[in-house]
Design a protein around this ligand. Structure first.
Ligand SMILES: Cc1cc2nc3c(=O)[nH]c(=O)nc-3n(C[C@H](O)[C@H](O)[C@H](O)COP(=O)(O)O)c2cc1C
Length: 450
């Protein structure tokens, strides 16, 4: 049986259709929707040959073509993690640009194709650039660079690398890696980059007191010092790109609680980001082992957006004259909640529903639907299954097919069986790193009609 949809009432969606101008880049997003960054798992992979890792594939080009297609496609399309190191990666199958990558050859040509595909009908293509820091699986690389030596606990059977505090030399190399990636991606045709400073990755390890125990100038003593690494990355990027190139950051709500970053510091942080010339921040939450990406409180459930409460704290503090644009990601399912959130933020980031329905943004703007399709009940609060479903859907879209309907019981039974086999094979693979790409859906496919 096909699934139902979120949303109960028709709403005036005109606010979601409004363009949004960024400062200082001057770029304009054609509407308020952001396709949130989602690691696709579709780039090339080799267990041994580093240069054969992270090259974008035709599947990625097709995926971004689909998200970018049409007058009412996503205003902003943010790619999944683009890694800045071959051995320190968040996941196999992520795209990679390291300082060794010259803007020539197959890798560069494929990035060019992705940027062109996503931008074909006027979406802005933003590449999310990242480094996992300590959030690095041991089997990929036993040694991790981080702000400090705070070990990430084993979770879900995953063992993490041993982190050491980055030396000044390493910090300089990491900064150069981000700046190189931004310059490379600009040359490839991207409109901007988003620094992944959320979900427990390296930049957020420097921002959070939980993971930054340094006593030097990058330490957590003040907001200025814990922000120093991010600031230096931003300055290095800006020195390499044209003024019209968007520079943005994804920030984490979890680190704004639990002794990570206080609300007052969050305000200081956003004000500092504005002064550094960031165009927008994407507010989100969660990190490995503490995702925050599920509905915990009834009030949050009602309002859908997981992190709206702290977004309010930040936007209030930034004040009405701020030039820093604020997007909020996490949990948006009905057009009604999306429209309502625009009282607080400038735009909405949509993750999992955009893998189930790549044209969701258009369908909402055309008034065809009032919300995303509902997956089967257990998916709402089962994050790892939800991630796997999305990645399988991404692979389907990349091969020119329609994503399977996670609200359809029969389809989900097939996928659960696929998952069981996939998990066995991952375990059998052990540290060989030969079977590391995300699961795929083996059920009947419907081809996408162009
Ligand atoms: C398959 C998948 C991969 C993701 N990869 C990334 C990523 O590479 N970078 C990132 O910042 N967030 C990533 N996220 C988080 C999303 O950007 C988003 O914050 C999260 O899914 C919550 O939004 P949603 O409730 O609309 O799905 C990923 C989410 C999914 C489902």
């Amino acid at each position: 049986m096909a699934s139902q949809r979120y949303g109960t009432t028709d709403v005036d969606i005109s606010s979601l259709a409004q363009p949004l101008q960024f400062h200082p880049s001057g770029q304009i997003a054609k509407n308020r929707f952001m396709k949130a960054p989602m690691g696709e798992g579709l780039a090339s992979w080799s267990p041994t040959d580093l240069q054969q890792r992270g090259v974008p594939t035709d599947e990625l080009v097709e995926l971004y073509r689909r998200w970018g297609k049409g007058q009412n496609s996503w205003g902003l399309i943010v790619t999944g993690n683009v890694e800045t190191d071959f051995r320190s990666i968040s996941a196999a199958g992520d795209m990679i640009v390291t300082p060794e990558c010259e803007p020539i050859g197959e890798r560069f040509e494929m990035f060019k194709k992705i940027a062109a595909a996503g931008k074909a009908d006027g979406s802005l293509m933003i590449a999310q650039i990242t480094h996992p820091g300590r959030q690095l699986q041991y089997r990929y690389n036993p040694v991790a660079v981080s702000a400090s030596d705070v070990q990430l606990d084993k979770g879900n059977g995953v063992e993490y690398a041993t982190p050491h505090p980055a030396t000044e030399e390493e910090i300089a190399r990491l900064i150069a890696g981000f700046a190189h990636a931004a310059a490379y991606l600009e040359k490839a045709g991207f409109d901007g980059v988003e620094l992944h400073a959320a979900h427990g990755y390296l930049l957020s390890q420097f921002l959070s007191r939980l993971t930054n125990k340094r006593t030097d100038a990058y330490g957590p003593q003040t907001m200025e010092s814990r922000l120093r690494f991010v600031s230096e990355v931003a300055r290095a990027i800006k020195a390499r790109v044209r003024p019209g190139f968007v520079v943005a950051a994804k920030l984490n709500s979890v680190e704004f609680q639990d002794g990570g970053v206080t609300p007052r510091e969050a305000r200081e942080l956003c004000q500092a980001l504005e002064a550094l010339g960031f165009d927008f921040v994407e507010l989100s939450g969660g990190m490995a082992g503490q995702s925050g990406m599920h509905w915990e409180k009834e009030s949050t459930r009602r309002r859908e957006a997981f992190f709206l409460e702290w977004a309010e704290t930040i936007t209030k503090a930034l004040g009405p004259d701020t030039k820093l644009r604020v997007y909020l990601s996490g949990g948006f399912r009905s057009a009604e909640a999306m429209v309502r959130s625009l009282d607080t933020v400038d735009g909405v980031g949509i993750g999992r529903p955009a893998t189930a329905e790549p044209e969701l943004c258009r369908d909402i703007l055309h008034g065809r639907v009032i919300g995303a399709r509902k997956p089967m009940r257990p998916l709402e609060n089962d994050l790892s299954l939800g991630l796997a479903v999305s990645q399988a859907q991404l692979a389907q879209i990349g091969s020119g097919k329609e994503p399977f309907d996670a609200g359809d019981e029969a389809a989900m039974e097939i996928f659960q069986a696929d998952m069981t086999i996939w998990q066995q094979r991952v375990v059998e693979d052990g540290d060989k790193l030969e079977f590391v790409l995300p699961p795929r859906y083996s059920g009947p496919h419907r081809h996408y009609r162009r």
